[in-house]
Write a protein that binds this ligand. Structure first.
Ligand code: NAD
Ligand code: TYD
Length: 361
């Protein structure tokens, strides 16, 4: 990793990754290509450890000329591909954008990498890597007694988001198999931590609770997700790029699988502890069960044996520690939440997604 193109680096995980990479490696030059959708913000990239080795380009991964120019001009040897539409609920109400960005955008990036690295021989092929960030959602939903997802679990995506990510994973793999493009893929579980856009479960619940707004729990709240603190994910990505074999896929997860309602009640307890004088104590009284997400996956779980055995990576942050750190971060960054909440169509989105969801219990 010398000259790295990060796509989607103004989003949640991408911005955490850029900050982490600059802390871990002093010698890497980073170009961040991000179109700045509602989910991306330069507010996430203030105070980078090494601003001289970082450049931002506002643009679309689907713009082939732009992407090829960035690769050539930056002598890019490593692409770390985060850019995507990422919210399942948005994919249900508007799937077209997910196909455009996640499938076509990934295709354009792959074509640019193939042209520059393979056809033009722009870099030494044994030293390049296309690293694709993917999700556990490509595997679909587990029954209560099913074994956890592993690298050999068949794909069975259930939402338009998951299907678009699955399609992009297949494209990446096919470029490795057909053209010899050096690649790796990480399929990671739900991330949480600083700089997560407030529409996702954990930051939404924190923001609503702080403002005395109901906490909308879908269905019975007993859906199960695996949760990973974002910095642990960033460390896994770096390990896979630096030490992982080209052509390999790695499952990445936190090895912790609470129900959604456990997550929400834990956040409420942390807030009660941090803000004992709030008029919303006990914050749990704000919980409202609402109409479920259509096609809602019931259970995800991760078998992280391969990344532990091959790369000695393990999650460092426990869920209780990570949730405490996350709540503290959001309490300390209310200006960030206020600024980010004004971006794009966020307020309209809240109306669109939640107004039609009646209370169910
Ligand atoms: P995010 O929604 O916070 O950020 C996505 C970023 O991509 C934004 O900055 C946005 O502006 C940018 N972007 C969108 N379309 C673009 C385009 N056409 N061109 C350039 N930039 C574009 O997402 P995130 O949560 O940080 O997720 C990053 C990646 O990790 C995604 O690929 C997602 O599928 C994957 N992932 C996320 C999670 C999670 O829990 N958040 C878990 C596993 C995998
Ligand atoms: P989310 O953060 O959207 O991630 P994903 O759907 O990619 O796993 O949601 C996490 C879980 O929380 C998921 O089971 C849906 C549930 N959820 C709610 O119950 N209420 C909400 O308002 C949101 C946004 C999510």
């Amino acid at each position: 990793m010398h000259n790295v193109l990060v796509t989607g680096g103004a989003g949640f995980i991408g911005s955490n990754f850029i900050r982490y990479l600059q802390t871990a490696e002093s010698d890497v030059d980073i170009v961040n290509l991000d179109v700045l959708t509602y989910a991306g913000s330069l507010e996430n990239l203030k105070d980078l450890p090494n601003p001289d080795k970082y450049k931002f380009v506002q643009g679309d991964i689907g713009d082939d000329d732009l992407v090829e120019n960035i690769l050539r001009e930056g002598n890019i040897d490593t692409i770390v591909h985060f850019a995507a539409e990422t919210h399942v609920d948005r994919s249900i109400l508007g799937p077209a954008k997910f196909v455009e960005t996640n499938v076509m955008g990934t295709f354009v990036l792959l074509e640019a990498a193939r042209n520059y690295w393979i056809d033009e021989g722009g870099q030494n092929i044994s030293e390049v890597r296309f690293h694709h960030i993917s999700t556990d959602e490509v595997f679909g939903s587990l029954e209560p007694d099913d074994p956890p997802f592993s690298e050999v679990t068949p794909y069975a995506p259930n939402s338009p988001y998951a299907a678009s990510k699955a399609a992009s994973d297949h494209l990446v793999r096919s470029y490795g198999h057909t053209y010899g493009l050096p690649f790796s893929i990480t399929n990671c579980s739900n991330n949480y931590g600083p700089y997560q856009f407030p529409e996702k479960l954990i930051p939404l619940m924190i923001s609503n609770a702080l403002n005395g707004i109901p906490l909308p729990v879908y269905g019975d709240g007993k859906q199960i997700r695996d949760w990973l603190f974002v910095e642990d994910h960033c460390r896994a990505i770096r390990e896979v790029i630096n030490q992982g074999e080209s052509g390999e896929t790695y499952i990445v997860g936190g090895n912790t699988q609470p129900t959604n309602i456990t997550i929400v009640t834990t956040l409420c307890e942390i807030l009660d502890e941090c803000l004992p004088n709030s008029s919303f104590v006990p914050h749990e009284s704000l919980i409202k069960y609402v109409t479920d997400r259509p096609g809602h996956d019931r259970r995800y779980a991760m078998d992280i044996t391969k990344i532990i055995n091959d790369l000695s990576w393990t999650p460092k942050r426990s869920l209780s520690e990570g949730l405490m750190k996350t709540v503290e971060w959001y309490l300390d960054h209310q200006d960030w939440v206020a600024a980010i909440g004004k971006q794009g169509d966020y307020q309209d989105w809240l109306d669109k997604n939640y107004e039609a969801r009646g209370e169910t219990q």
